[in-house]
Design a protein around this ligand. Structure first.
Ligand code: TYM
Length: 329
């Protein structure tokens, strides 16, 4: 039995990238393993210092995750800010995290480009808080998308450094895990980059069928293949990638063959893709609506989750303090 931790920032609705990058495998693993699923609401402050309706956002993301099938009877579902032990471990790990390595992190470099007026210390130490989230439960596997690969490498490094610094074998080194070790990057509909919450290129699980049809029909393509066997352009490759996670393999094969023989009509491919996405998202959307209306249920889930998460986290904190040398008189 493995211990698995998965998290998401409550900075927008869940999209297909989140689902296939982080949730689908969590769902497969939750039955046989010791699973923690949480909402990283303090991480959200690194980019959204005045988070507005943070409570509403947390609730929405929570309802969306539950609607996907995360089962709070099996997995521990909680909110990061409900588990203060995490922030103690974050502080302790910060003492052995070095400015140089933090400044070299790709996500930090990207953020300083994106928000030059708010290069805060929380952004710099983002990977340390993320490592604390994971190792506080002594996790061994973390289902994440490709964009989190470097953060997991750093998590392993911080775990290893703690162990060697204090001469213990206490923290396991957790693996980024998805389909085997193949991490996914679900692309957006705008021809480049990954699907994101704020990029305006995403399909959200809560989108209506009309929204989805409109978005997919507007997706970027190209002028069409000119010579048989030609490789698809980046934009068309992206559509094939999305198709490969929502459509059945025969459908993907059909459109790949049509592309290879230059007979493809992107309009037909998009229509098929939109309907396959809707088939996948519509039952989830219906559950999102009913779960998010049930405040009492949501409150019960996170209260029970906080209790279980704190139990696991406080044991680690007790051990860590004692390993470092903090002991009762
Ligand atoms: P966040 O909120 O950006 O995304 C949540 C999860 O969704 C994955 N993801 C994707 N996967 C594939 N293709 C995409 N286009 C795509 N977009 C997002 C992300 O890889 C992620 O797994 N740092 C984390 C939150 C976090 C966390 C943790 C995760 C904090 N502490 C501890 C795991 C364990 C983040 O920003 O996720």
């Amino acid at each position: 039995m493995e211990t698995i931790v998965s998290g998401i920032r409550p900075t927008g609705n869940l999209h297909l990238g989140n689902y296939f990058g982080a949730v689908s495998n969590f769902l497969k693993m939750q039955k046989e393993n010791n699973c923690f699923f949480f909402i990283a609401d303090y991480h959200a402050l690194t980019t959204h210092p005045k988070p507005g309706d943070i409570q509403g956002n947390i609730k929405q993301v929570l309802a969306e995750y539950l609607a996907c099938g995360i089962d709070p009877e099996i997995a521990t579902v909680f909110i990061q800010s409900d588990v203060p032990e995490v922030f103690e471990l974050y502080l302790l790990l910060n003492m052995n995290a070095y400015i140089g390595e933090l400044q070299r992190t790709a996500s930090f470099k990207e953020k300083i480009r994106k928000q030059p007026d708010n290069i805060n210390a929380g952004l710099l130490t983002y990977p340390v808080l993320m490592a604390a989230d994971i190792i506080i439960h002594r996790a061994t596997k973390v289902p994440v998308g490709k964009d989190q690969e470097q953060h997991l490498e750093m998590t392993r490094r911080f775990a290893r450094r703690f162990n060697s610094m204090y001469s213990v074998e206490y923290f396991p080194e957790p693996d980024a895990y998805n389909f085997g070790h193949k991490l996914l990057k679900i692309p957006g509909l705008d021809g480049s980059g990954k699907m994101g919450k704020s990029e305006g290129n995403g399909i959200f699980l809560a989108d209506t069928p009309q929204d989805i049809r409109k978005k997919v029909m507007r997706a970027v393509t190209d002028a069409g293949p000119q010579t048989p066997g030609e490789k698809p352009s980046e934009a068309v490759k992206n559509l094939f990638t999305i198709m490969s996670v929502v459509s059945d393999p025969a459908t993907v094969k059909h459109f790949r063959e049509m592309h290879a023989s230059c007979e493809i009509r992107y309009g037909d491919m998009k229509k098929q893709l939109a309907e396959d996405i809707i088939k996948f998202t519509e039952p989830i959307r219906e559950r999102i609506i009913s779960i998010s209306a049930d405040n009492r249920y949501l409150a019960k889930v996170v209260a029970a989750g906080a209790e279980r998460a704190r139990e696991s986290a406080s044991k680690t904190i007790r051990d860590v303090r004692s390993i470092i040398g903090y002991k009762p008189f």
